[in-house]
Ligand binder design. Structure first.
Ligand code: NAP
Ligand code: ZN
Ligand code: ZN
Length: 371
């Protein structure tokens, strides 16, 4: 989840009497143990509290973080787990004090469903770094530090309206769902590192995040190169907006690109050689990691030092930037390329993602969870 590294609770949420009423039985899909197949299960959603909205889930994207979590790749999954943090749905009801959305509104929920709201990070809109511990959409503790969250592989979800975003008119709901994680996770670093017209930008790994990075960088006017392990994605890369395609495993492919890029966005989900990628940067260029492979990678200080190169990371994005990204997508007509599947197809989709065979996001039809 983005992500993934949740701080230990330093403090309990100040409000007492916050224990949730868990009453609404909701069809879902989840895993009962590490690496287990996902199977139908029933979860309970709370009754809407005053500031909550209840959302009927229309679509939920499958992020590779869902796969990492089910595999317990990061060693911190609490089972059973119901993944899913790329949610688009319709508001079906709201609590008495909720005012931002009305019944029928098309809304999104991404990786974050709560945080302390008071610390400097929350006030700055960086809720993922909440100093009192963010509550992620799934496999995370609610503010009561007791209740585990369940994600979007389900028919409905109840979320405080502060953490709900508006999906602009004109965006296809299924194709907008992946924007809630893959979209914000790639939009944010491109903004942070000042991607602009004429920049040489490389995207490593053409999957869910990678294809969004290509679309965003191209829409910002950059000259985009795709670095992929699969020659089979070459035509798609051009269609998505890339000017150059590099099959990284072909002999000499990387050497020819040394010193080329202002910015490299690395979305690869498996361990790989970062030193080779750093050599592809121009002096003062930046390699930003968004992929979260389960194992560490050696780093050669020399390749960073010679040329003042920068190595950075970027973790999803906060709620205000997620809304900004969605509004940008509405204006520039940016949406994901998807394969819509039924819930019964989740395990096949996971297997394909583990092989890098994704074009370019699986999105689950919300109506199929209870079917
Ligand atoms: P994805 O759709 O499965 O795409 C990953 C891509 O990595 C593949 O399509 C493939 O592209 C490449 N790849 C290279 N070696 C691979 C291997 N051995 N196995 C599988 N893929 C390989 O994944 P995603 O949803 O884009 O997520 C990518 C990574 O970002 C994951 O580690 C995920 O946990 C992480 N993530 C981080 C954040 C954050 O906040 N930083 C947010 C969301 C996800 P080619 O075929 O082109 O080589
Ligand atoms: Zn994600
Ligand atoms: Zn906070």
């Amino acid at each position: 989840m983005c992500v993934y590294i949740q701080r230990a609770a330093q403090e309990t949420y100040p409000s007492s009497g916050f224990r949730q009423a868990m009453t609404n039985k909701t069809p879902a899909y989840g895993a009962r143990a590490a690496k287990a197949s996902l199977a139908p299960m029933t979860i309970e959603r709370r009754d809407p509290r005053p500031h909550d909205v209840e959302i009927e889930i229309l679509y939920c994207g499958i992020c590779h973080s869902d796969v990492h979590k089910v595999n317990d790749d990061w060693g911190n999954t609490h089972f059973p787990v119901v993944p899913g943090h790329e949610i688009v749905g319709r508001v079906v009801s709201r609590g008495g004090s909720a005012s931002r959305f009305r019944k029928g509104d098309l809304v999104g929920v991404g990786c974050i469903v709560d945080s302390c709201r008071e610390c400097p990070e929350c006030r700055a809109g960086h809720e993922m770094f909440c100093e009192k511990g963010v509550t992620f959409t799934f496999d995370s503790l609610e503010r009561d530090k007791h209740t585990w969250t369940s994600g979007g592989y389900s028919t409905q979800i109840v979320v405080d309206e502060r953490y709900v975003v508006r999906v602009p008119k004109g965006l296809d709901p299924a194709r907008a769902a992946p924007l809630l994680c893959a979209g914000i996770t790639t939009y944010s670093p491109l903004r942070q590192f000042g991607c602009k017209r004429g920049d040489q930008v490389a995207v490593v790994g053409l999957g869910g995040l990678g294809h969004m990075a290509v679309k965003f960088a191209a829409s910002m006017g950059a000259d985009v190169s795709v670095l992929s392990g699969s020659r089979g994605k070459e035509k798609d890369a051009a269609r998505l907006g890339a000017k150059r395609f590099v099959a990284t495993k072909e002999p000499g492919a990387l050497e020819a690109l040394e010193g080329t890029f202002d910015l490299i966005v690395d979305t690869v989900s498996a361990p790989h050689n970062l030193n080779n990628q750093l050599t592809l940067l121009r002096n003062f260029g930046t390699l930003v990691l968004v992929g979260l492979p389960p194992a560490a990678t050696p780093l050669d200080a020399g390749v960073l030092v010679h040329g003042n190169k920068r190595l950075a990371g970027s973790n999803i994005g906060g709620i205000p930037e997620t809304q900004e990204m969605l509004d940008y997508c509405g204006k520039h007509e940016v949406v994901a390329d998807i394969e819509v599947i039924k819930a019964s197809g989740i395990n096949d989709a996971y297997a394909r993602m583990e092989r890098g065979d994704v074009r370019y996001r699986f999105v689950i039809d919300g109506a199929s969870f209870g079917a």
